[in-house]
Design a protein around this ligand. Sequence first.
Ligand SMILES: Nc1nc2c(c(=O)[nH]1)N[C@H]1C(S)=C(S)[C@@H](COP(=O)(O)O)O[C@H]1N2
Ligand SMILES: [Mo]
Length: 507
Amino acid sequence: MRAGLAGVVAAGAALGAAELVAAGTGPASGPLVAVGGVVIDHVPVAVKDFGIRVFGVHDKTALIIGTLVLLGLYAYGLGVLALRRWVPAVAGIALFGLLGAAAAVSREGAGPAAVLPSVLGAAVAAAVLRYLRCLCLRDATPSDVAGVRDSSYAVGNRRRFLRDAGFVALAAAGAGVTGRMIGSRRAVDVARQSVALPAPIEPTPVVPGGVQVPGAVPWVTPNRDFYRIDTALVTPRVDPATWRLRIHGMVRNPIEITWDELLRRPMVERHVTLACVSNEVGGDLIGNALWLGTPIKALLDEADPLPGADQVVQRSADGWTCGAPTAVLRDGRDALLAVGMNGEPLPVAHGFPARMIVPGLYGYVSACKWITEIELTTFAGFDAYWVPRGWSAQAPVKTQSRIDTPRDGSSRPAGPVTVAGVAWAQHRGIDRVEVQVDDGAWQPASLAPAASADTWRQWSLSWPATPGRHTLRVRATDTDGVTQIANQAPPAPDGATGWHQVEVDVE
Ligand SMILES: Nc1nc2c(c(=O)[nH]1)N[C@H]1C(S)=C(S)[C@@H](COP(=O)(O)O)O[C@H]1N2
Ligand SMILES: [Mo]
């Protein structure tokens, strides 16, 4: 019994090790997937049809499980055999390693390295079996093992066997899971690199010259510097080949689109500034990017929402949800189902392959990354992820402004100092920015041109700095004529308020 178990554990160790190696040599080079692939390609059509008929969409899972069961039986037999006759058992392992290796190199596009997972897996199996076999031998009974010398049936070592076999099994499972995770990560990175983004149907809106003010942050935030906020411990790796977006719920015409169908839809490019509701006054959880995407309004129109469906719930591959007002997504603003960010496919951390971008709403109510589902529902009927956690169900971006230079706590010589920064009121637009030095009068800053109402706007002011410690404050007014209020409120539940200020020492 224990000898057979040793065989099964050794086979598990082999698979775990092989999957870990396959993380480097490609997911198709793992023995299980390689052998499974060969079987699928060579099995008679009648058998394949039977499999699909019986197991439906789970036919591949059934195949893998079937293979595992066969392998388990074979390994059990080898374990028992190994107790008595080591050499034939090793030959049995080698045979399996060769089978896996042969299957792996025969796969489309496989290089010589594809043999490594199976070969190394077989070596691990032999080593594990050799070790566990010793533990079996030491307390096997004569009836178990004919012809083994008496000295081998030493003290009972059942506990040690179970402990070590359990340890090996755990390590194998860990190695297997890690290998698969790394492998799928690589596979999605490769898929992302091979995405050819479609051209927009109209020229990218021209950004007026001078949007960038010296001293302020880059007007377009490079992807690598773009803030990242999400609840994902490990970023979801979504393969575009299997990606689907389902639009359903309170609609007359549910829709499901594939990646290729999405890429064939009309695409536009828009600069949109995305802000996080958790951004403190003066904080940097905000960025501006050029997004390539298809207007979500057209897709929603096709799905034809029922009257009363006032909330569009977006759901991501990892189950996170956010909800935006249906009316906002259909009011004609550039709410995009986005696939590109600053000229490249969305980085994985920013939602590859597809995410939502809605000008004027905070990210937590509108900007679902790794999106796979859109459900028309009501605000009364569904609370998205952050709502039960104390955040507002509806959250338009609040007008805000920030001083980027000079930095808080910095010191500089007396004389003219450029004070500069950014201000934003997405989808309303910034009308005015004012700066206050100490308790003086509010002075109008000069505004850089606006690219659109959906992006932040930079500003600057020349300040004749006199010796001493000074406080600089900024406040913005949006095109509705509403000026930022002084009252300092924390980000929860619907965005911070208050004026950003910095202290500067002038010598
Ligand atoms: N799937 C998913 N999408 C998400 C989130 C998340 O936790 N999971 N966080 C949201 C929040 S709170 C913000 S502010 C934006 C941030 O987008 P970014 O990470 O690309 O800057 O993504 C939104 N989309
Ligand atoms: Mo956020």
